[in-house]
Design a binder for this molecule. Structure first.
Ligand code: SF4
Length: 461
């Protein structure tokens, strides 16, 4: 994949989200007496859905669009839908609780608030503070379909994305681990694998009816490696990989969300090495030494990460390896930055997704002193400098011309594309009548990249 393709893929994710957001905003909000069916308002839901993950959007959100076509004004609705990404970069739990309090104050007497998706975790914080509120953490498309007379509305786990031209397969949701830096350490998300036969049936349908859509399969999940343990008593991801690899129509398989090194069983590793259609894989070393790995609760060692990457490259020299690492963890030292740079050069990734550790008072790491922003920035600079220093000693930069360091965090100004501004204006206009439109999450993107053997640094775009 070229750098242009890589960046354009990221843009496409955004387009899909924005399209979904615009697609389901109704032409108008009706008065209650103009609507025969359930009197629903989903203004908050539609606004915040964009903050949620690609999975939520495609698996649960798009199927419920028929329900959102005819909505009533917020103050006349019997049911108010709400969702939020809840925790993606920052922990937004408190903001979600404030939104819900606000919504409770706007609703007409007797109206029910239905909180769906990850934000249903707010139940444990609100602890009965708001009455007439229902929390539905998962399977919300099915829940709403049953409740409001849309029986065909169901979660979709094999979904074609017409922008990315890829067939997404989500065989599992949730994660049984509680890594100390991860939102999973304080969130309740049901772990659930889909039956192997269910996935196969859907892929068979595509093979039979729309094989052109199977050309590129994106195998996705927050923790793919645990697939099957709830159904079969042991990890069975290798079966899914062998299955997808076996279809003639499949040319490319990508595993886009980072896998846990420590949970890659010999069977999974064997399947990854044998499935030559895998062109790209995400793997998460997270940090650069065994002390920090233990500290954050990861199961692997640095040597295991190196071994797995080496074996994958030996088996499939063209495979693109993407990695995710963190800077700014409590107890982190400058030496840790040197060790991380060393590890990255041994793993030999094609892409490095570099994230700041963003603290939440709800994670187990809260008991340690947190790093100041300036020290965190200093650690980042040391790491980047060290990556450049070491680069001279390794030849891989020549063979892997695009080493890309992406670094997202939420703060400061938002860089808006023209398309996004146009859509936002359209939405603002539509919502002007209600006189209420909550502020979007700002974000700032930093991209640092090196090209071919020349390192070109672009600071803070
Ligand atoms: S394995 Fe991944 S998703 Fe699960 S808790 Fe750890 S970091 Fe989070």
């Amino acid at each position: 994949m070229t750098r242009r393709e890589y960046y354009s893929q990221y843009e496409q994710y955004e387009i899909k989200r924005k399209e979904a957001k615009v697609m389901c905003v109704p032409e108008k909000y009706y008065s209650a007496n103009e609507v025969d069916g359930p009197k629903i308002n989903a203004l908050f839901f539609q606004y915040y859905a964009i903050t949620d993950s690609y999975r939520e959007l495609l698996v649960s959100y798009l199927p419920i669009i028929p329900l959102l076509k005819k909505q009533v004004k917020l103050e006349e609705a019997d049911y108010l839908l709400y969702t939020n990404g809840y925790v993606r970069c920052y922990d937004l739990s408190d903001k979600v609780c404030d939104n819900l309090r606000q919504l409770a104050s706007y609703r007409k007497e007797g109206a029910e608030i239905i909180v769906i998706g990850k934000s249903a975790n707010a139940k444990h914080i609100l602890n009965g503070e708001i009455d007439n509120i229902t929390f539905v953490g998962d399977h919300y498309a099915e829940y709403l379909g049953k409740r409001f007379g849309f029986p065909e509305m169901k979660e979709q786990y094999v979904v074609y994305d017409d922008y990315l031209e890829q067939l997404n397969v989500w065989p599992v949701d949730g994660c049984n681990n509680k890594c100390a830096f991860c939102r999973r350490s304080f969130m309740h998300i049901r772990f659930e694998s889909q039956q192997f036969t269910f996935i196969k049936k859907q892929l068979d349908w595509y093979q039979e009816n729309e094989p052109e859509k199977m050309r590129h399969i994106s195998l996705r999940a927050e923790n793919l490696t645990e697939y099957g343990i709830d159904l079969y008593g042991k990890p069975m991801l290798h079966r899914i990989i062998h299955l997808i690899n076996s279809y003639d129509a499949v040319e490319i398989i990508t595993i886009d969300i980072g896998m846990c090194f420590g949970e890659i069983t010999p069977e999974i590793k064997d399947a990854l090495c044998k499935a030559k259609k895998i062109t790209r894989i995400g793997l998460n070393p997270e940090v650069g030494n065994d002390r920090l790995l233990k500290f954050i609760g990861k199961k692997h060692t640095c040597q295991e990460a190196i071994d797995i990457c080496t074996q994958l490259r030996n088996a499939n020299p063209k495979i693109v390896i993407e990695t995710t690492v963190m800077v700014g963890l409590p107890t982190e030292t400058i030496e840790d930055m040197y060790l991380l740079a060393n590890l990255l050069h041994k793993i030999w990734p094609d892409y490095i997704h570099l994230n700041y550790y963003i603290h939440s008072p709800r994670t187990p790491l809260n008991e340690y002193p947190q790093m100041s922003e300036s020290l965190r920035e200093y650690h980042l600079q040391i790491l980047l400098k060290q990556l450049r220093v070491i680069k001279e000693e390794y030849t891989h930069v020549k063979f892997h011309p695009v080493i890309c360091i992406r670094h997202y965090f939420i703060w400061g100004k938002k860089r808006n594309s023209r398309k996004w501004i146009k859509e936002k204006m359209k939405l603002d206009k539509k919502n002007a009548e209600t006189n209420f439109f909550p502020a979007n999450m700002p974000f700032k993107r930093i991209v640092l990249r090196s090209c071919k053997t020349e390192v070109k640094w672009r600071d803070y775009e």
